[in-house]
Each structure stands twice: as structure tokens, then as C-alpha cells.
Ligand binder design. Structure first.
Ligand code: AMP
Length: 133
């Protein structure tokens, strides 16, 4: 069965999309650690990030860098943190989390609950910055 992220990429499940290219897709995490918490995924469905073929892995990292620049421009923060967990969804992905302190990257803490309007506003702000790059 297709992963939830493949279903998002295919438009079968809604997402707050921030960017897309030929090989990758980026959207807001629905349970964010911070406003602007973004997931970057390869369109190719592979569970473990280090099982990706080299070309897809490089494309994913280059795309994540560009999206991180857009996140930093759109969301007030000191820097954008990067994490790979994959404990919940078996489709390789990179978390980009706007950081003001080390604790902002603690995945055990209670996630933010944002309104649909807030998610939409953040996603469109990041998308607008991505379009400038
Ligand atoms: P992990 O696999 O441990 O890296 O965690 C998966 C992440 O995907 C979690 O932070 C979830 O909140 C997020 N997530 C799961 N389903 C969705 C979805 N439908 N839309 C956006 N984010 C999701």
C-alpha cells in the first residue's frame, strides 16, 4: 500500500504544500514542533533515507537546502534545524524546524495545534520565498 506521503504527493490526501520539483515535494508537518516545521520527501517511495539511490539522495538534500532557505526567510527564527527520524512514516523524509533554541528540536514535546488558516498562511509565505530562489 502507498505511504501516506505518496498519497499526499499524488494529491489523494490534502497537504499544506510549500514547494515541489521533479523529484521531491515539501509540505508542512501537521503536528509541528514550531510554526514552519516542514517535511521534505522524495517522490520515490523508499522507507529508509540511506537506502535511497545516490542521485535521489543528492536531489533530496539539494531540495531540502533550498526549502530551508525559504523557511528561514518566511519564519522568524535563528536558524533552521535538520532532522531525520522516520519512526512513524515509512517514507524517507527530512524535517526542517525553525529554531530559536536547542529545545525547539525536542521531538518528545507537545506539538503545536494550529488553525487551518494559520497553516495556509505559513505555507504560502514559505512558497512565496521559495519562488524567489
Ligand atoms: P517520523 O516518521 O518519526 O519522522 O514522523 C513523521 C512525521 O510526519 C510526524 O512529525 C507527523 O506529524 C508527520 N505527518 C504524518 N502524517 C502527516 C500528514 N498527513 N501531513 C503532514 N504531516 C504528517
Amino acid at each position: 500500500m502507498a505511504s501516506v506521503f505518496t498519497r499526499i504527493i499524488n494529491g489523494e490526501i490534502p497537504s499544506y504544500k510549500v514547494a515541489e520539483n521533479e523529484t521531491c515535494y515539501a509540505f508542512l508537518d501537521i503536528n509541528p514542533l514550531k510554526e514552519g516545521h516542514t517535511l521534505v520527501v522524495p517522490k520515490k517511495e523508499v522507507d529508509y533515507i540511506f537506502d535511497l539511490d545516490e542521485d535521489t539522495y543528492v536531489q533530496l538534500q539539494l531540495f531540502a537546502r533550498k526549502v530551508a532557505v525559504a523557511v528561514k526567510a518566511a519564519v522568524p527564527c535563528k536558524r533552521v534545524g535538520v532532522a531525520v527520524l522516520g519512526m512513524e512514516v515509512p517514507h524517507a523524509h527530512i524535517h526542517l524546524v525553525p529554531l530559536d533554541s536547542e529545545g525547539d528540536m525536542d521531538f518528545r514535546k507537545t506539538k503545536l495545534s494550529l488553525s487551518e488558516g494559520r497553516f495556509e498562511a505559513i505555507a504560502s509565505a514559505i512558497a512565496a520565498e521559495y519562488a524567489k530562489l
